[in-house]
Write a new protein. Structure first.
Length: 120
C-alpha cells in the first residue's frame, strides 16, 4: 500500500509496528513494550475514526442524481451548517466549528488588554 495515501494514524502505527518487530528481534523488551503501547493507542484512534466514517456514510443516501459527478460516485455531506439540526450533534465531526454558529464580522478591540491608557 502506498504510504502517501494511507491515513496518518495508520502510517504511525506501521512505523511502530516495524520498530516493534525490530525490538523483538534484538531482544529489547522495554522498547517492544513501548512500541506495543503506541500501536494499541494508534489502533484505538484509527478504529474510532473509521467507526465514525462508517456510521456517517450509512446515514447518507447516494442516488444517481445526488451522488455522481463527472461519472464518479461522490458522497456529499452537509458542509455549510446552515441547516444544522441540533439532534444530529452526535454525527458532527469532533473538533469542527460550524460556520453558521460563528460570527464572521471582525470587530475592533474595545479594551486596553491590560495596557495603560491615558485619560483614565
Amino acid at each position: 500500500m502506498d504510504l502517501l495515501k494511507m491515513h496518518p494514524m495508520a502510517r504511525k502505527m506501521t512505523a511502530h509496528n516495524e520498530a516493534f518487530a525490530k525490538a523483538i528481534e534484538d531482544g529489547n523488551a522495554n522498547d517492544a513494550r513501548q512500541h506495543l503501547n503506541e500501536i494499541l493507542k494508534y489502533a484505538a484512534n484509527l478504529e474510532t475514526d473509521l467507526d465514525f466514517v462508517v456510521t456517517k456514510s450509512e446515514t447518507e443516501v447516494v442516488t444517481p442524481e445526488s451522488g455522481w459527478e463527472h461519472r464518479s460516485p461522490v458522497l456529499k455531506f452537509n458542509k455549510t451548517g446552515s441547516n444544522f439540526d441540533p439532534s444530529m450533534r452526535d454525527r458532527q465531526l469532533k473538533g469542527t466549528i460550524i460556520s453558521a454558529r460563528t460570527n464572521t464580522t471582525m470587530r475592533p478591540a474595545r479594551g486596553t488588554f491590560g495596557r495603560y491608557s491615558p485619560g483614565k
